[in-house]
Design a protein around this ligand. Structure first.
Ligand code: ATP
Ligand code: MG
Length: 632
């Protein structure tokens, strides 16, 4: 069969072939980026079905994203002798999707889809309820981070009792965790983490059922194994315990989901778990040019926590990895777009390009430039967009109200900035009708609030008139002073809140504001971009030949002819929070950031462009420590 594979153009080298042929027993393929690990998994699946006559229904093939699973199935269909029919039997998908299918089959009532807390705000609502019981202020407590922490605990199989809080923050979150779980159970709801935990418990508590699954599934294949977490691993170990035909492939240098509980020690210690395991390392890189491979290797070799690997490129070209030095994020966006345009003029396709960044916040400028230039592009977005962020909305609320003092939506956002209850909006509306004044003027007449707040509001109302006449950037600076921005962020923040990015948001907003002369021009640009964001989301679903705009995290496993990495400066990549923990003596987050840089670089096939802006968020920036020595 392998011969026939080669004849149809799907080459495998000797070592890859060995991995394909080793179908029995535990097998670890540990190899660097672009070495064909995913290809091995696909070929191995085809080989098992066609050559070994293994029934596809007894094969479980786990991928990191649903998209990857779909692509793998499509790829399989182009392999000789593979028919649609056999593919449809394969059990493939993400851990979540596969485990969910199992639990909902046995407890359909409990796991009905409409019970799922699908969106982040649904989880937030629930935890806020728990927080109110604790007397936590809704506007001050970082619930999003509390949820992340809870998720982490769940994925590492720690119940509320096991959490061992290290600080007052963790103590609170641990309590919230307990209440969150209780409230959720009372209402018969579940979240994504419960899909994994539910499966774990189901199998643990029903030996008969487990035995049936062990009977049914004979072969297990897992891609991106470096990002597996405890609960996922435990389930896979249980399921495969019967046959131990567990094949995992991964690269410890690409482990980038520690915040979700993934743990590279699982891949590094696979042979401790399975002493009989065969280990195969691949050392040819088939994806990237020689210069890209050597540069990426140079970068990652500075990590201490890793397994040394050999990596040889298969081809070279005359594109050296290129650093470029725009003045700021605006010029960065312009330079990237101009470069892409030129390459498309010379025959490249939009799908050949990917633009990668560390956080969504870093994508604002490039998004805006692409929206305006008419090239097709797709945004891989899971977070909220920049202008929808809470702090940004608060700041914009001042500006919106200065132009239209009756803008209800903006008033709603402003209430947050003023630490007033949402219910105050009803009162304001009533006042504005009775007293025949605007919502803004009604602020001065609010009762039911503390005297100091009343005084503050009365003083503030005239501000809106003043704002209207100012340039946007000056107006923002005025607002910053008026609301006591730093004080405000402090009130919202707390010690666990390392990721709070409020002041970054303000600076990002200023970067945009600087470009406009009037508030109304600035706001219409903002609204246009909010519109463009929702259109881009729609568009993403249909478009295939488009430039990819994505966080590095989401580009894992993928490859593009041309890759642009934005914001290669300290504070962005590596992220500020990793630099903070590094200063406090913890090196691990910084190593994970370096792995992110490695993942980003190794997505490129033909050419890699790394942008090192001089200024970031209106402040002088410094070249990322990960690449600095390559420039000098
Ligand atoms: P990552 O670590 O980024 O997930 P990977 O190890 O999974 O990378 P693949 O995506 O499987 O690597 O392969 C990288 C590229 O090299 C793909 O385009 C693949 O088709 C190609 N490739 C893999 N093996 C060979 C081979 N033996 N001959 C030619 N091309 C190959
Ligand atoms: Mg892969």
């Amino acid at each position: 069969y392998l011969q026939r594979l080669m004849q149809s153009g799907i080459y495998l080298d000797e070592t890859q072939m060995k991995a394909v042929r080793t179908t029995e027993g535990p097998l670890l393929v540990l190899a660097g980026a672009g070495s064909g690990k995913t290809r091995v998994l696909t070929a191995r699946t085809a080989y098992m079905i066609c050559e070994r006559n293994i029934h596809p229904a007894s094969i479980m093939l786990v991928t990191f994203t649903t998209k990857a699973a779909k692509e793998m199935k499509q790829r399989l269909l182009t392999y000789p002798e593979i028919r649609q029919n056999s593919i449809s039997f394969l059990v493939t998908g993400t851990f979540h999707s596969i485990f969910y299918r199992m639990i909902s089959h046995f407890q359909p009532e409990r796991w009905q889809m409409n019970r799922l807390l699908k969106r982040e705000w649904q989880r937030e609502q629930l935890i806020k309820e728990a927080g109110r019981e604790l007397g936590l202020d809704e506007r001050e407590f970082a619930y999003d981070q509390a949820l992340q922490q809870i998720s982490y605990w769940k994925n590492t199989l720690l119940t509320p009792k096991d959490t061992e809080p290290q600080s007052q923050w963790e103590e609170r979150v641990s309590y919230l965790y307990k209440r969150y779980e209780e409230l959720k159970t009372e209402r018969g709801q579940f979240d994504f983490d419960d899909m994994l935990l539910g499966c774990y418990e189901l199998l643990l508590e029903n030996p008969g059922l487990l035995a049936r699954y062990q009977e049914r599934f004979q072969y297990f294949l897992i891609d991106e194994f470096q990002d597996i977490n405890k609960v996922q691993y435990e389930i896979m170990k249980m399921l495969s315990n019967h046959t131990k035909n567990l094949c995992v492939v991964g690269d410890d240098d690409q482990s980038i989901y520690a915040f979700r509980g993934s743990n590279p020690s699982f891949i590094l210690e696979f042979d401790k778990e399975y002493p009989e395991a065969q280990i195969i390392t691949l050392s040819e890189n088939y994806r990237s040019s020689h210069t890209i491979v050597t540069t990426a290797n140079k970068v990652i070799s500075l990590n201490k926590q890793r397994r040394q690997k050999q990596m040889r490129a298969q081809f070279d070209n005359d594109h050296l990895p290129l650093f470029f030095f725009p003045y700021d994020e605006e010029e960065e966006a312009t330079m990237v777009v101009e470069d892409i345009k030129e390459r498309i003029r010379q025959g490249a396709e939009p799908r050949d390009f990917a633009i990668l960044y560390r956080t969504h916040a870093a994508s604002r400028a490039i998004f805006e430039r692409l929206s305006q230039c008419g090239l097709p592009f797709i945004v891989e977005q899971d977070g909220e967009s920049f202008y929808q962020r809470r702090i940004v909305r608060c700041l914009l609320a001042y500006l919106r109200l200065s132009l239209n003092p009756n803008n209800e939506e903006a008033m709603n956002d402003l209430l947050i900035a003023l630490f007033l209850k949402q219910s105050a909006l009803q009162e304001l509306k009533a006042i504005s009708i009775i007293e025949d004044c605007s919502l803004v003027k009604a602020l001065a007449k609010l009762s039911n609030i503390q005297p100091f707040q009343q005084k503050k509001l009365r003083k503030m109302v005239p501000l809106f008139k003043t704002l209207a006449a100012l340039k946007p950037i000056i107006a923002l600076e005025t607002i910053e002073k008026e609301m006591g921005f730093e004080e405000f962020m402090k009130k919202r923040g707390n010690e666990g809140n390392v990721m709070e990015k409020g002041s970054d948001d303000l600076r990002d907003l200023k970067v945009v504001a600087k470009k406009f002369k009037t508030i109304s021009a600035f706001l219409s640009h903002v609204d246009e971009m909010i519109q463009a964001t929702s259109e881009a989301k729609q568009f993403s679903k249909q478009q295939t030949n488009a430039i990819q705009l994505t966080t590095i995290h989401r580009a894992k496993g993928l490859e593009y002819k041309y890759v642009y990495i934005l914001g290669a400066v300290d504070g962005c990549l590596p992220h500020d929070y990793a630099l903070d923990t590094y200063r406090n003596g913890d090196e691990l987050p910084l190593e994970e950031e370096r792995r992110l840089m490695y993942v980003a670089m190794t997505r490129a096939k033909e050419a890699l462009f790394i942008s090192v802006p001089e200024m970031r968020r209106m402040k002088k920036a410094h070249a990322s420590r990960f690449i600095k020595y390559l420039i000098e």
